[in-house]
Design a binder for this molecule. Structure first.
Ligand code: PLP
Length: 224
């Protein structure tokens, strides 16, 4: 068994036991590394650059489910709309409306997650309750037609302080429950909490994560 396979099998066992799913974050890694996991039956991969995602999608098997996990610019939605499986980090109405428009143009439905800012670090990205509340109100007034809001996503502070990371993941789980009570008609599909990476996924699973995004633990260090 290769080292990658060993790590993959162990990780999958832990994640399945918690009733969550693994997104293998393959950004910067070559297509052969993706195929190594594909041959083991893995289908969910995450990327954070549009050009790289489009190139990999074109070259690799079409039953791969591609997750866009990075910050997405509005002018790049069109390039991934025909095939993307789940867009993890939506934090503005303008982006959401553009996704809806491009999903319609591509004649399909796209699932997205609302990104919340849960870390201590200052960041331009991610909603707070106030912004999320305004977004949801606006969606009630003018519903999306080709986009499904499937849950929430967040990133914890990069720190060794496990209590802090746990508190941040728990805050995301609370945002999830809060939205669940406010989105009309979306409740069956609104079910994902995307949280946890190589360094903190056990804490994320304990806090109720349903999708963990693991890169370096599976594929090794990134050099770019
Ligand atoms: C790169 C990345 C990951 C994976 O990070 P690792 O620490 O390598 O597991 C997860 N989520 C997002 C949003 C990322 O950009």
């Amino acid at each position: 068994m290769s080292e990658t396979e060993k790590v993959y099998q162990e990780l999958n066992t832990t994640i399945s036991a918690a009733e969550a799913q693994l997104i293998a974050v393959s950004k910067t890694h070559p297509q052969e590394r993706i195929m190594e996991l594909y041959e083991l039956g893995h289908r969910d991969f995450g990327e954070n650059r549009v050009a790289e995602l489009v190139e990999k999608h074109e070259a690799l098997p079409k039953d791969i489910r591609w997750h866009f996990i990075g910050h997405l610019q509005r002018n790049k939605v069109k390039a991934i709309a025909p095939f993307v499986h789940l867009i993890h980090a939506v934090d503005s109405e303008r982006l959401l409306r553009e996704i809806d428009k491009q999903a319609k143009a591509a004649d399909r439905k796209i699932s997205v997650l609302l990104q919340f800012h849960i870390a201590e670090e200052a960041s331009k990205y991610g909603l707070d309750r106030e912004k999320a509340g305004a977004l949801i109100t606006s969606l009630k007034e003018k519903p999306l037609t080709h986009t499904t809001i499937s849950g929430v996503m967040g990133m914890a502070t990069f720190t060794d302080d496990e209590a802090q990371v746990t508190a941040e993941f728990e805050s995301l789980a609370e945002h999830f429950k809060w939205i669940q009570g406010t989105i009309p008609g979306q409740s069956p599909e609104f079910r994902e909490i995307s949280m946890g990476m190589s360094g903190d996924y056990p804490l994320a699973l304990a806090a109720g994560s349903t999708l963990v995004r693991v890169g370096s633990l599976l594929f090794g260090q990134r050099y770019t």
